[in-house]
Design a protein around this ligand. Sequence first.
Ligand code: IMP
Ligand code: MG
Length: 199
Amino acid sequence: MLVGSTVIMCAAASSSSHADLETILVSEQAIRRRLKKLGSEIKAVYGEEEIPLVAIIHCALLFAADLLREIPNPVRLDCIRVSSYRNETTSQGKPQLMHSLSLDVANRHVLLIDDILDTGKTLAMVVALIRKLSPASVKVCVLLDKKGRREVPFEADFVGFEIPDKFVVGYGLDFAERYRNLPCFGVLKPQLQNPPEWA
Ligand code: IMP
Ligand code: MG
């Protein structure tokens, strides 16, 4: 069940204030506003109960840290680490589990948090893995959804923003481990996407 998301069109994007971005898709203030609403949407679904939250690191680090503070429920947090299977700005191969959960999620309603739903391979793999731990349910919250890129059928329950098929960086999302610390996110200039010196 998707509660509500904001669709971002590139044409409506503001001009860049970061030298390496072609456009800023969503500003720091707009992210903050959307996270407040996401917190309320999550509360409306989970009621008063404690939520076991599982964040996929590293990419969901910033999003999870900020979202957590907008969820009024009691929470327990764990992280799962999945190897990046991306080569440059496209994904290839299969995601691999590097570090699993230690939280006991049996019979609990788990909320899984990730940065972006792209091909769907990572989240499909992680949800299947969590389901083996006998949770009462698993719901998924992503900051970004690139709907046009799906290779496996997968929909998130809570989505921050639907974005076009562009390679984005910032607010936890990286290119070659760079740009995670930008407070907004935007489209990386094409000429910076595969510089040979970053290989
Ligand atoms: P998947 O293709 O849905 O399995 O997504 C795999 C991972 O690729 C995501 O969790 C992100 O970390 C990363 N990813 C996908 N699209 C982008 C992007 O536009 N910028 C940065 N990372 C991305
Ligand atoms: Mg990721």
